[in-house]
Design a protein around this ligand. Structure first.
Ligand code: PBG
Length: 324
């Protein structure tokens, strides 16, 4: 009876697996704060994506870890940059079976760790991110990613005007069908810690991203960001993180007609893994509850490091039949 009347469904088809690919390694590297997630080699990434496709996963989003970082993050738009290489690898493997997304930002690629270029020396209290100079770089990254086969580019740097700049750059390069998933309401959260280990990113001088990411005390501001992104051409909008922002997801869902995504981020995943490893919570129960709650709040799509676990668990349930 409960199954018959359940209002919310969680399926593997709504999940996107974030994957890390690192340049210059020949074995996948574990990430201590993200148990079960690795920095892939190009070869192990290909194998992972093949397996995810076989498990019914419909989409992945790629993050690159380059060997060389510089002040403008040039490896993010170099045609031979690690993500562009990985995108070309994957286009050959998955064809139309999967939606391949690429995170579009420079924080993994800059020597100072910020999501944009700086207007002064890193670590100096008077230095800011140069919003408009960064937009030019984002345009180049979008074109490089689309050239390499990304179906969707996902700008995550929270620069003002980023969606419009990226849409214009893509269109000018003939990539009219490349979609934009905008990280629209992205909060300056404490929950990104394990991700920064995953991409070897630290902000020089111990700064933070509060000048461009949102203040978690604010909800209305999220709507301003979402509506601006839609006006500039976003095809899908995202709220990030997820669990502490279910109210934002619900508000966005009520206000827009495009697909709404939510990112269940690294810290949210790490909390479940750590508590479960201590025997304090039941991993599978809590993971299912959290992902379902994010869907209930209104997310059509959930980006989560739990994707592989969920897909395997679902395949196991299908093979093992019903349970209590
Ligand atoms: C920025 C970016 C971040 C995440 C996704 N894209 C990090 C940040 O803003 O500091 C975090 C994702 C996670 O914590 O899982 N390129």
């Amino acid at each position: 009876m409960r199954e018959l009347v359940a209002e919310t469904h969680l399926g593997v088809g709504q999940l996107v697996a974030p994957l890390f690919v690192r340049e210059g390694i020949d074995q996948p590297q574990p990430i201590a704060s993200l148990p079960g997630v690795v920095q892939h080699t190009r070869a192990s990434l290909r194998e992972e994506v093949r397996q995810l496709a076989d498990l019914g996963v419909r989409s992945v989003i790629l993050f690159g870890v380059p060997s060389i970082k510089d002040s403008i993050g040039s490896q993010a738009f170099d045609p031979e940059g690690i993500v562009q290489q990985a995108l070309r690898d994957l286009s050959g493997i998955v064809g139309d079976r999967m939606v391949i997304m690429a995170d579009l930002c420079v924080d993994e690629y800059t020597s100072h760790g910020h999501c944009g270029v700086l207007d002064g020396p890193p670590g100096d209290p008077h230095t800011s991110v140069d919003n408009d100079a960064t937009l030019e770089i984002y345009g180049k990254i979008a074109v490089a990613q689309a050239n390499a086969g990304a179906h969707v580019v996902a700008p995550s740097g929270m620069m003002d005007g980023q969606v419009g700049a990226i849409r214009a750059a893509l269109d000018a390069a003939g990539h009219r069908n490349t979609a934009i998933l905008a990280y629209s309401a992205k909060y300056a959260s404490g929950l990104y810690g394990p991700f920064r280990d995953a991409v070897d990113c630290a902000i020089v001088g111990g700064g933070d991203r509060k000048a461009y990411q949102q203040d978690w005390r604010n909800a209305r501001e999220a709507m301003v960001e979402v509506l601006a992104d839609l006006e500039q051409g976003a095809d899908m909008v995202m709220v990030k993180p997820a669990m502490a922002y279910l109210d934002i997801i619900a508000k966005v869902k009520a206000a827009v007609d495009v697909p709404v995504a939510a990112y269940h981020v690294s810290g949210e995943y790490a909390m479940i893994k750590a508590a479960a490893a201590n025997g304090w919570i039941d991993h599978d129960a809590v993971a299912t509850e959290h992902l379902t709650a994010i869907r209930r709040a209104g997310a059509d799509i959930v980006l989560t490091y739990l994707t592989r676990w969920f897909a395997e668990a679902q395949a196991g349930r299908a093979a093992g039949g019903a349970h209590a």
